[in-house]
Design a binder for this molecule. Structure first.
Ligand code: GAL
Length: 708
């Protein structure tokens, strides 16, 4: 990202340009107006508390500057204590008080937690694990996504809520269910099995096509009758990978059908209120959120730091960038994060002073127009009592409470940034289907995982302040100067064709190893590797040579290559025998099974070039790869002192530079403008205190340059 602010975008680039979807009153990606300008609050579970506490809640929310809360997420048993008997009175009072206090409500349907009476009356709605055991009650999310009984009941309670609160002044947005697919990887009950067969009929048409797609001639798996097909079960050996992949797709579709059923019931009654559900962008490998993004009015995301990960803030940035990309670049809702420790990791480290502010404002920097938490008040009882909250057990004298109220003030000071957008020059392909397929059993190496592949490039780009937009496979990437494609194991001919057109049109493409291997049925592309990417990359691969655990290989610049690097670099996990067919060799393996053979190549094609990386370099190696590839793409970027993250949001109103200092030293970054958080004016360099955040409305002249 250049440190010089860009010229002001034309108004047409702003939110107004979002296309309308015929038939819908809420255009997709339209910001829920009642959450404007920047929503601040969290999950509110008043059903846990006596009325005196609920009254205090509203008073303290006002004190903290809370503007919005999510109510009712797991309240089914408190709203319908027995079948057909509703107790909405307490919720009426809660919503009335919130409305009176000017606090908007993201009203949740409680369907992620069917009550015990429901599960015991209808035990067939409980999910069944792969080993055939029925998952019990006493937790939450105990439902089979294919159960028609569950779907009817869920749609029923959603409709009741919409009927009752359709005109409530506090109602700002609907929040359907909670983190679909987070805890149930798929249901293996008889009803799911029947639905799976139906789903397969629709997908494959007839049994011959299914047998062909699944390669059932191998291992005597040929099906003669639909009734023979099962959901994947515990079996003596890995179940057919194409069958498993279809089961992933089916499960994803079934959860989405649950969402749609509730959404449509609600939409009928409140066509003007946006509807969403909360995603876990980088943390739920089971849902294809590209498809989910097509269904929601605005993307809402949850993010929890892995507390022991020293680079957790980089993963946080990645999650935020995925969320923004799912929402087509428009402002998205950070629905949940934590004020301090969570309760479900092996060691639940508390956030250090200042970390809450850095975390929340990083999400905002990356396009969130909301900073919401799980949860408002810490629970005294139940499974999550050791989870942090906005209002901790110790109340208003705690450090966390002070940091929370300070964040409320920060967000209020930042209100003019609402609606502004983040721009990126680098795109990165992100594909859930390929992730599912890559991590099935019997791959060349268990050390190759999708998130690792993506994170290595993302982290290197983060270190250089290159903001990344994630790109859906098959989508047109031509607005990016560089497109990174980390280990795209499953590559369809359509995706490959888009990549080729992109390069021919002048784009720079960087593809990493184990890409282009299989088609949508997990069958190896005819002719070997990298299948449909062979032409664009100008090479083929004779054999994979995965490395033993803890083994390393080294890489040297190829003698003839034009490279700035004279370092010997180290790589692990993977090596392979690359045969060039037009690509030039930039680096070679200096040792290991492919000693002397290409490790990094560049293939000029049309007006662009495609790079290929045949191994997994250490962090420094990825940095050096990016030196070359970014230079080739003409991206110069703006470096900040180490550990200082820089992201820009811009709108016709202004250009806003967010600087987040993750390091222990006060620092100054070139530039100038008005500090929105302190009101200070920076004329010759913007100061970012150690562990702090600075947001400046940048000075700019008509041509987009700084004031200097
Ligand atoms: C989320 C969930 C919340 C809460 C939180 C704890 O996944 O949506 O309800 O359980 O985790 O970190």
């Amino acid at each position: 990202m250049p440190l010089v602010p860009p010229p002001a975008p034309a108004v047409a680039d702003g939110l107004a340009a979002v296309p309308d979807r015929t038939g819908l009153r809420v255009p997709p990606r339209a910001w829920p107006v009642r959450l404007s300008p920047i929503a601040f609050g969290g999950d509110y579970t008043p059903e846990q508390w006596p009325d005196a506490v609920r009254r205090e809640d509203v008073a303290l929310m006002r004190e903290a500057g809370v503007t919005a809360v999510t109510v009712g997420v797991f309240a089914w048993a408190m709203l319908e204590p027995a079948e057909g008997r509703y107790t909405f009175g307490w919720l009426d009072t809660v919503l009335d008080r919130l409305a009176e206090a000017g606090i908007a409500v993201d009203l949740a349907t409680p369907t992620a937690a069917p009550p015990p009476w429901f599960s015991t009356t209808y035990p067939e709605t409980l999910p069944v694990a792969r080993d055939g055991s029925t998952l019990g009650i006493g937790a939450r999310e105990s439902f089979c996504p294919s159960s028609s009984r569950y779907r009817d009941a869920a749609t029923g309670i959603a409709r009741r809520l919409a009927e009752r609160y359709r005109d409530h002044p506090a109602l700002a947005m609907w929040h359907v269910n909670n983190e679909y697919g987070a805890h149930v990887a798929g249901c293996h009950c008889p009803e799911s099995e029947r639905s799976f067969r139906e789903w397969l009929r629709t997908r494959h048409g007839d049994l011959d096509a299914l047998n062909e797609a699944w390669g059932t001639a191998f291992w005597s798996q040929r099906y003669q009758d639909w009734a023979e097909i099962t959901v994947p079960r515990v079996a003596p050996m890995p179940v057919n990978p194409a069958q498993q992949l279809d089961f992933h797709r089916f499960t994803d579709d079934e959860f989405r059908a649950c969402f749609r059923a509730e959404r449509d019931a609600i939409r009928e009654l409140t066509p003007d209120i946006p509807i969403t559900t909360n995603f876990m962008a980088t943390a739920c490998p089971r849902m294809d959120y590209w498809r989910w993004a097509d269904e929601v009015d605005v993307v809402a995301n949850n993010h929890y730091l892995v507390a022991e990960d020293p680079e957790g803030h980089v993963e946080l940035a990645m999650s935020a960038d995925v969320a923004r990309s799912l929402n087509d670049g428009s402002p998205w809702v950070l629905m949940e994060h934590s004020t301090s420790a969570v309760n479900w990791q092996p060691r639940n480290l508390a956030k250090a002073p200042g970390q809450l502010r850095r975390n929340s404002l990083t999400h905002v920097a990356r396009g969130a127009d909301a900073a919401m938490f799980f949860q408002w008040r810490a629970s005294r009882a139940g499974a999550e009592k050791f989870h942090s909250a906005m209002l901790p057990h110790g109340g208003t004298r705690t450090r966390v409470w002070h940091e929370v109220t300070a964040l409320g003030s920060d967000l209020s000071a930042l209100r003019e940034i609402a609606g502004s957008r983040v721009t990126a020059e680098v795109g990165m392909l992100w594909d859930w289907e390929s992730w599912w397929a890559l991590e099935l059993e019997y791959r060349p190496s268990i050390d190759v995982t999708y998130l690792d592949a993506v994170r290595r490039f993302y982290a290197a780009l983060w270190r250089r302040n290159e903001t990344v937009d994630f790109v859906r496979p098959g989508a047109d990437p031509s607005k990016f100067r560089l497109l990174v494609v980390p280990s795209l194991y499953l590559t369809t001919p359509t995706t490959a064709a888009v990549l080729r057109t992109y390069v021919e049109g002048g784009g720079r493409l960087l593809v990493s190893f184990f890409s282009g291997i299989v088609d949508e049925h997990d069958a190896v592309h005819p002719g070997g590797f990298p299948g449909p990417l062979r032409e664009v990359l100008g090479l083929w691969i004779d054999e994979f040579h995965p490395l033993p655990a803890a083994a390393a290989v080294h890489l040297d610049p190829a003698p003839a290559a034009d490279t700035r690097s004279r370092l010997r670099l180290r790589a692990t996990v993977w090596s392979e025998e690359v045969v060039c067919e037009g690509a030039e060799v930039i680096w070679r393996f200096a040792d290991g099974p492919d000693c002397g053979l290409p490790a990094l190549t560049r293939h000029p094609l049309g007006a662009g070039a495609a790079w290929y990386l045949a191994t997994r370099p250490d962090g420094e190696g990825v940095d050096r790869v990016l030196d070359l590839v970014l230079a080739d793409a003409g991206i110069t970027g703006g470096r900040t002192p180490e550990g200082v993250e820089a992201v820009r949001r811009a709108s016709p109103l202004g250009s806003y530079l967010f600087l987040v200092n993750h390091g222990p030293v006060d620092t100054t970054v070139p530039g100038g403008g008005v500090d929105l958080l302190t009101g200070e004016r920076w004329a010759d360099g913007v100061r970012v205190p150690a562990g702090g955040v600075t947001v400046v409305r940048e000075d700019r002249t008509a041509d987009g340059d700084t004031h200097r």
